[in-house]
Write a protein that binds this ligand. Sequence first.
Ligand code: FES
Ligand SMILES: [Fe+2]
Length: 416
Amino acid sequence: MTVQYSELIQPERVHGSLYTDPSIFAEELERIWYRTWVCVGHVSEVARPGDYVRKNVAAQDVIMTRSTDGEVGLLLNRCAHRGNLVCEDRRGNSSSFRCPYHGWTYRNTGELLGYPYNQGYGGKNKLELGLGRVPRVDTYQGFVFASFAAEGPTLKEHLGAAAGELDRLARLSPEGEVELTAGWLRHRAKANWKLLVENETDGYHPQFVHGSVFSVTGSPIGALYSDKSTAVTRDLGGGHSENDLRPEFRRAARPMGWFGTSEARVPDYVAKMRALHGEQAEEILIEGAPHVMVFPNLFIAEISVFTIQPTAVDETVQNVTAVQLKGAPEMNRRLLSQCVGSVGPAGMLLADDSEMYERNQRGMAARRPEWLDIRRGVGRERIDENGFRIGAANDETGMRGFWAHYRGLMEEGAAQ
Ligand code: FES
Ligand SMILES: [Fe+2]
């Protein structure tokens, strides 16, 4: 039976089967994950020729490589002989990969170099085989994206207004570059990937889910999402959304206030930024880093970067690393410890959020009511000066933007 996405996704509600039906998950892989641009990592992870790291695009294992001529490429981690994983180590440096099963070797650009006992192949020493390659690879502000569709929108077109948020993050570095070199933590959640995406843009839950952490630590984050907050949720189009906290930071007008610190604590960094940006430095230091969900799987929560990787209809891996700013060692130590404290293995925020995704998934095993309600804030949305739809800090505006784009992709995919 063909799924009618226009029936399951309505402006103010979405159907529970979208999170639980394995056939919908299979269609999502084809129509979203193996078609649109998906973030896999960052060029700084393969800084030197020969560097490689293992990554994923949904369930597919890929190897991100830096070739001798400096190109970043994405190879599929699947031996052309009989399908074994060619690369086992999570990261390393090598000009070639050797499959452990029967010893076939490949250059780090994918060409087959050789195989043992070639008499079995009629003495031929070069079969026309090699590692698969992701058809399109592109980068923006160093973030590496993969698309399995040979044609389609460019990365720039896909990112649209979200590109400006990546620029805003890079601008916080005195050298204009972000580095994701702190290593990744992997958290597995028994929940559908869309529950994670929705949670990233959900400004309604922090006060409740993270209330105890905020009160113990005296954190002002909860207030940013309260009913009195001047922050907004913005639908950036293309399924991307942001929780724009800048109105609150501007009101407080404290340089480095967004980072929960003051300029006195990071004097070298602030001095570098002022020297570089002159008058504009104050605005940059006050407004801080973005809180943006880039469709379908890159989430930047100010100091932490997440990539979301669905592995089954009810299982998702969330990869997390700390933002590192090139040329700002003083900031980087703090960024790392704050990231680990909030979303590390014993982190205070992510543990609470994970509990919520998993409870959601379990709750939806019950079949009534059939729908999830996403109407919060519909009646008070407005269009901002740049033409984007915005809602209050704790409205579901971002979620509705996500679903509109999702529905478009799922319906286009059906038409092809
Ligand atoms: S499966 Fe890789 S060499 Fe046989
Ligand atoms: Fe949360």
